[in-house]
Design a protein around this ligand. Structure first.
Ligand SMILES: C[S@@+](CC[C@H](N)C(=O)[O-])C[C@H]1O[C@@H](n2cnc3c(N)ncnc32)[C@H](O)[C@@H]1O
Length: 309
């Protein structure tokens, strides 16, 4: 199964250049953060994952809200980080295979783990490229197992498709990737029971007054040679404006909105007082954008409400 939309990676250089530049990175040192015992953690690695700032984000949540919406769910770091807080949620994304995978984790974790164990047993370079070339799988469980297998074994967990929507990231060099996640997937499945998972554009969601919408779009990049320029359906400046317009519409109808984005002049010009309140957070750079060991970067957390007493 292929998808109609590409995931623009948060890289500030063309993909081939990134591969070459980070070839020296030892993927064995790219570790998942430790999980809290008994708590579901994201079942995939995802560019722009929010695990390191879950506390900064929840500190800026409104005191009360009804339904929780995440229209750019990706790896779902925030959702899994706050799973105890959430009673009812709609998670969505414009990546079709990703949303199929979420639904498989939710509905059929046991069969999915069985398929992942089969991939794990056969994993080697030849097998990786054979599975990578299977673009037309029809069974959702096969799509999900392939998606997780490739995510756990590809170069730095990157996600990239060609113009036909076919995943084309080369194999990574992990020693013992945890492909099957026999402990974590059942926990994720339990956490997802209170969610609806949908394949859709961010601006087609329909929250009600009093709901909370968290938007974590592909970040705006000031770098003219942005990687996102190379994708057919990249998330460009017009999409950033479309997102702002959508967020203003939500604000007018009484929905609580919280957004993450890069600290760039464009983003600051889109979200202005008095509607928008801007906070900043320091975020460790992702390994794929940190060639020279520079320190953390500032990101914006934007809300249409205040959390001060
Ligand atoms: C920065 S990532 C989100 C990361 C996520 N918060 C996490 O913790 O892993 C952005 C997500 O937006 C999705 N996306 C890109 N364009 C979109 C669009 N137009 N509508 C909805 N989702 C989109 C991508 O597929 C990707 O999963």
């Amino acid at each position: 199964m292929t998808q109609s939309r590409e995931e623009p990676l948060i890289l500030d250089m063309p993909f081939d250049e990134a591969i070459e530049r980070f070839a020296h990175v030892n993927p064995r040192q790219v570790k998942d953060e430790p999980a809290e015992y008994g708590k579901a953690t994201p079942f995939i690695k995802w560019a722009g994952g929010k695990r390191s700032v879950v506390n900064d984000l929840t500190a800026r949540f409104p005191k009360t809200f009804n339904k929780y919406w995440e229209p750019f769910v990706g790896g779902g770091a925030l959702f899994f980080g706050i799973q105890g807080l959430i009673k009812d949620a709609v998670l969505s994304d414009a990546n079709l295979d990703l949303t199929i995978t979420y639904n498989a984790v939710k509905r059929d974790p046991v069969a999915l783990i069985r398929k992942l164990e089969a991939h794990a047993k056969k994993h080697n370079e030849t097998y990786y490229y054979r599975v990578r070339s299977q673009h037309d799988l029809q069974d959702p469980l096969d799509v999900a197992a392939r998606f997780i297998y490739l995510n756990k074994t590809c170069f730095n967990g990157l996600y990239r498709v060609n113009n036909k929507g076919e995943f084309n990231v080369p194999i990574g060099g992990y020693d013992k990737p945890d492909i099957a996640q026999a402990d974590n997937i059942p926990l994720c499945s339990t956490a997802l029971q209170k969610t609806q998972i949908e394949y859709r554009e961010f601006d087609t969601i329909q929250p009600s007054p009093g709901d909370l919408v968290y938007c974590d779009p592909p970040y705006h990049s000031t770098n003219g040679a942005s990687f996102t320029k190379y994708t057919k359906l990249a998330f460009g400046e017009q999409d950033q404006e479309r997102l702002r317009d959508f967020a203003v519409g939500l604000h007018r109808s009484g929905v609580n909105v919280i957004l993450s984005n890069a600290d760039t002049p464009l983003i600051r010009s889109l979200y202005k007082a008095p509607t928008w309140h801007i906070g900043m957070v320091k975020v460790p750079r992702q390994i794929n954008s940190n060639p020279d060991g520079r320190g953390p970067v500032d990101e914006l957390i934007i809300t249409n409400y205040t959390t001060e007493e």
